[in-house]
Design a protein. Structure first.
Length: 212
């Protein structure tokens, strides 16, 4: 089974819970003979932001014009992200909630692969068809506040967004979610909250190894 692990936090694990979740997950699947694991660190990759430069690059490719450095980097980064997603059976995202949403670098990765004809398409009647129903996703998410409560849930635009993109638009089956939340809101309980959450991360990794 091919597994792509997307790390979306460049803060050290000693300071960032989603980084600790990533490290814990990687430790648990290390050496699994039935898994072929590729990691993609959105902060370590050269990923220019999605914008007009990409569309300029598309136009130049069609006309045969020479690409500038930024355009070349954009096309290469987009193609790499698409190739990695194409090759994987399961994609694992370790990401935080920052300012109610996901890190900009993770958004850029999504912008690269959120493409009609690749992740989804429309039929003759205009209905959307999911194109990644053969793939699965795992979400490892950390947020310092408590956003599972009904009054706060609508404010979460990280996990909800990831569910809507990869589950809703792309059609992946979300096979596991581990959420660690409230450790900043309740400092006296932080250690036990994190410990319990990391135990769930280990369980998710074990389930993946057993499914392969």
């Amino acid at each position: 089974m091919n597994v792509l692990v997307v790390k979306a936090n460049n803060r050290p694990a000693s300071e960032a819970i989603s980084s600790k979740m990533y490290e814990t997950f990687m430790q648990e699947i290390e050496g699994a003979e039935n898994l072929s694991v590729t990691t993609y660190d959105v902060f370590a990759e050269d990923t220019p932001y999605f914008g007009q430069e990409l569309f300029d690059a598309f136009g130049k490719v069609q006309s045969g014009a020479e690409l500038n450095d930024t355009e070349q980097r954009l096309l290469a980064a987009k193609q790499k992200a698409m190739d990695l997603l194409t090759a994987t059976d399961v994609v694992v995202f370790a990401f935080p909630l920052w300012n109610l949403t996901i890190p900009a670098k993770l958004q850029t990765f999504i912008d690269y692969v959120y493409a009609a004809g690749f992740a989804f398409k429309y039929d003759a009647e205009g209905n959307m068809i999911q194109l990644m129903t053969d793939k699965k996703a795992i979400f490892l998410n950390a947020r310092g506040g408590v956003y599972s409560a009904p009054e706060a849930a609508p404010m979460d635009m990280s996990l909800n967004y990831m569910r809507n993109v990869f589950g809703g638009i792309f059609g992946m089956e979300i096979i596991d979610e581990v959420i660690i939340e409230g450790h900043n809101a309740s400092p006296s309980e932080a250690a036990s909250i994190v410990e319990a959450g990391l135990a769930q991360v280990k369980e998710a990794a074990a389930r993946l190894k057993n499914q392969a």
